[in-house]
Design a protein around this ligand. Sequence first.
Ligand SMILES: Nc1ncnc2c1ncn2[C@@H]1O[C@H](COP(=O)(O)OP(=O)(O)OP(=O)(O)O)[C@@H](O)[C@H]1O
Length: 748
Amino acid sequence: METYEVELDLETKHLNQVIAIAEEQWQDIRKKNGEQQSDFMEAKRELWENSSHSISNLWSKDRFYELVALNQYGSAVSSQLSVLEQDENKMRALEKMMDSPYFARIDFQFQGETESEPIYIGRASLIDEKDVTIYVYDWRSPLASVFYRFGIGEAFYDAPKGRISGKVHLKRQFEIHRGTLDYFFDADVQIMDEFLRRLLSQNASTKMKAIVETIQKDQDLIIRDMENDLMMVQGVAGSGKTSVALHRVAYLMYQGLSAKLSAHNIIIISPNSLFEQYISNVLPELGEDHVESVNFDDVLQTILPSLLIQKRHQLLEGLLTCDDPDKFRLMKKSVAFKASPEFKEILERFIEDIPRKWLEFSDIDYDGTCIASRDLLKMTVLQQKKAMPLGLRLQRLEESIFKDIQKMRKARMKKLKEFVRTYPQHVYEVEEFARLLSIDESTELAHRIQQFTKLDVYAYYKKLFSNLNYFCRLAEGISLPEDMDLIFKNTQENLKGDQIPLEDGLALAFLQLRLYGFQYGKFIKQVVVDEAQDYYPLHFELLQMLFPQARYTILGDIYQTIEKPEAMDFFDEINKILDKKRSVLITMNKSFRCTNEILDFSKRFLQKESEIQSFSRSGRVPEIYEARNQEGLDELLIKEIQLCREENYQSVGLLCKTERDAMAVYQRLKDRLEIRCINSDAIADIRGVCILPLYMAKGLEFDAVLLCDTDGEHYTTEADQQLLYIGCTRALHRLNLFYTGQKSPLLG
Ligand SMILES: Nc1ncnc2c1ncn2[C@@H]1O[C@H](COP(=O)(O)OP(=O)(O)OP(=O)(O)O)[C@@H](O)[C@H]1O
């Protein structure tokens, strides 16, 4: 037999053996699980029988003991449920393992040993707990890092007990499906690149996939970094930022087994719900569920639940569809200013000024005596220690005033009772008097006190914009934008409306957090921010206040901003704001998504020379198609979509500049093709042919991209150029641009 055949035979036997072990473990858990299931059902039945007749008035005092009993049943049921859940998770992991237990093998000779040991690496580990034999190493284990970082020869890895050195004698990669070994190859760098190239040439699935088999060395360094409290990544389009972010989360969870980090300690901040949907499979594929992903609109809503704040897509749509150049400039300037460190400083000064200038203290009288004078109250607040937020300090003050009043009221009631004892004939009048007195006093007094102890953030924000002279005095020494007066007037107008502009929403959230703090974020130990380039300094200030104790992973591409100039010092700014002890900025320049031709084409839209390189995969050159009129344009689009179908592309994106444009194209084509329009609130996937605004397509990818309306009306400015760059770099295999009328000057 040929050597390959002999090896294939050996590997197949080994595979069968590992699958048999996984199956045995699966059977054991199933058996145990079956028994637990019946215990669980029994506990549930008991819970029901013991509570159903009394559930109606359980919170009354007499039913307290029943509540305690019910609680005991309840906690028994919940702990059984958690054991069952754990078992189900293990069974799911073993099922995956029976399908494909590992994807790689290295033969590693530990220093001091005479022979090398085969180490099989998979998505999860398989251990025989009886004799602690490790059949498969989790890709996140320290030893597995050798696979990603070294070729044949000397190697090392960092284990909890220190650095371990050795030698790699073999690096092998497997393709295993449904429990069958399709093929394997012994890998050197070239062969592995070829394997990755083939993988990347496949048509995209409609959801992002895990990349554990082909993680690159520089990506692995980011994924496994535990040194830094702030890890920042500047990566070009398609360099794997999102993939790396998600694999890093999975890695942190694995590390967290010892550091007590679980899913509810991690939060992913993503740009919108479409993107959240797009990435939603990766962590479960890696065996990690339940990690929460939110977008910033949700964050603002959580901080300010009673206010209606403009969503990010509404802001972008407003900017991109604005026909009045002056209004457009003003909107942009307003956003840039309100989210800047300068405005943050003004907000800080305003907060300092609130007790001095804006709080309406008044004398608090009770029963004809002044129990706290206006001046005394003001002085008390001004002299309080500033470590506690003002809102909470005022809450304390309110509590202490009420406590004094309560004491005085008690004394007064005592006197009244004595009076009744002496003059019993007046009992009814006195009781009625006491009742009315307490109602009147409590409402009137409470109102008066809360006038200066309750801070309505929105009302105070309006005060900041009540007078331009005051605003400028507050901003002394801070450089303001040229047309500050226009921004000021515009803000006054906007704050009269129902919906609060996003930039003011950010400022309001800042005030709310500074004035009242935020309790819930302290459980978060790791924050991952993807597509970070779109955030402004104030976003990071908010994150810092929300999750002060967390470590951060922040990934972005300064060349992919929308309606925001690319800022070279973007990451410096983040570093300054988050102010972590150890931080690092890593750059990733190789793009894995697009073909060489698509990447070359896209580069023309970059305003600065970028280091972007492609992963050397060839395809067809993008074309720019002109149509005589709109009907002709539609015909071209339909023809192109048909061609994409023939290519069997899973996802085809028709990208338009705005939602308004996307709706227009959709209306024209919807009766002629199976096509979907994805609007801003959609929680959808990108299967089939989708039309969507470009800003929604950020972070996503499509087998084929059709960029619509690339004419001289739609795309003219620098910001449009950035949009075109984002649009083009969404394409994996095929990219074409379509226009009618005048070609956009940006297309060259
Ligand atoms: N090491 C890798 N092995 C296989 N595929 C990879 C690897 N790294 C990245 N990819 C693939 O490249 C594509 C782009 O990855 P990803 O979306 O993570 O990049 P990105 O930097 O976030 O892109 P963008 O900034 O344009 O949104 C995805 O299809 C991803 O699966």
